[in-house]
Each structure stands twice: as structure tokens, then as C-alpha cells.
Ligand binder design. Structure first.
Ligand code: ZN
Length: 189
């Protein structure tokens, strides 16, 4: 069975795009295919972007420690060239951290909503318990639309479904990394 690539996880795709834009996953895929340090020119051949756009993505990912580079000087031309590497374990770590936080927020939301009737506008700006909604005269303070009682059961099922999905994906991702953690192919830049 072929090993599942990290970029094939929905969570990873989502996270990379959040950090570095729509083409971030496409760039990450080039790293996965090559399985070694690559140059921005290598990426240029595979992704329909300008070199400056690719560099912007690399810099954004570098800022988060997801890619790193090594600089070397060409003895003939005297120019510097950069080779880049991806650190997939950093992606997993950051996602785990972010999603764990998100899960605890969702669980809190479930608890709160089980105890109170919540009110929200049609734009879903923010939900409020009865007392607060009444203070706003049942008009959303953000967009002005009427605040209406949320269908608790439906909301609960929806939140539970989201929690379940995140949990499954996280477990999948964790398993993936526990297996591959010791496969050190990094040169440690
Ligand atoms: Zn609103």
C-alpha cells in the first residue's frame, strides 16, 4: 500500500492554504514528490506561478518553520543559490495544536448551548443567550438583522458532527506521524 502523502489530508490542505494562499499545497506537493532539497526553479516547473509568487509562499511557510533553506555559493559565478526542504512534522504539530484548541471551543459551545436557548441572526454573526439577545432587543448588534432562537437539536447534531470529523482526521494524522517520525531524511537546515 502506498503511503498516504501528508498533503492529501484535508486538514493539511486547509492549513497550508490558510498560511500561504491557494497554491501552498501545490508547492508542498512538489516537495513530497522530490523527497529531497529543491530549488525555487524546481517548483516553478510544476506550479503555474511566477517565481516571485513562489518565493512569497516559501517565505510564508519558512516563517512558520514548515520549510527551511540552505544557502550555497557557486564558485564560478559567485552567486548564491538556495535549496529548500519541507518539514512535514512541523505541519502536523501545528495542526494538532490548532485543532485541539478548536475542539475544546466546540465542546464548550455544546455545553453552553445545552443549557441555554441561544439566539442568532441569519448571517450567523454571533450567538447570544436569551438575556443578552433581549438587551439587544433581539436585533443583531453587528448586522442589525433579527435574532432568532436556534434549533438546539439541529445545532447540537451539527457541532457533534464537526467534532467527530476533526477527531477522526486528527487521529489519522497522528498515526501517520507516529509511523514516520523516525524516518530522518532531513539534512537539518
Ligand atoms: Zn448579524
Amino acid at each position: 500500500m502506498a503511503k498516504k502523502e501528508i498533503t492529501s489530508y484535508e486538514l493539511v490542505d486547509e492549513y497550508l492554504k490558510l498560511l500561504a494562499g491557494d497554491y501552498a499545497t501545490a508547492v508542498a506537493k512538489v516537495f513530497e514528490k522530490k523527497r529531497k532539497a529543491i530549488t525555487d526553479e524546481d517548483i516553478l516547473k510544476k506550479v503555474p506561478l511566477k517565481i516571485t509568487e513562489i518565493r512569497t509562499i516559501l517565505n510564508q511557510l519558512h516563517y512558520r518553520g514548515i520549510v527551511c533553506y540552505q544557502k550555497s555559493k557557486n564558485k564560478k559565478t559567485g552567486w548564491y543559490s538556495y535549496t529548500w526542504e519541507m518539514k512535514p512534522e512541523r505541519i502536523a504539530e501545528q495542526i494538532l495544536e490548532k485543532k485541539t484548541e478548536e475542539l475544546s471551543k466546540l465542546r464548550k459551545k455544546l455545553e453552553t448551548e445545552a443549557n441555554y436557548t441561544m439566539f442568532v441572526c441569519k448571517n450567523n454573526c454571533e450567538s447570544y443567550p436569551f438575556e443578552i439577545a433581549a438587551e439587544y432587543y433581539f436585533n443583531c448588534p453587528k448586522c442589525g438583522n433579527p435574532l432568532e432562537a436556534i434549533d438546539q437539536e439541529k445545532e447540537k447534531r451539527k457541532t457533534e458532527k464537526i467534532i467527530k470529523k476533526i477527531n477522526e482526521e486528527l487521529q489519522d494524522l497522528e498515526k501517520h506521524f507516529n509511523k514516520t517520525q523516525n524516518v530522518g531524511q532531513s539534512t537539518g537546515c
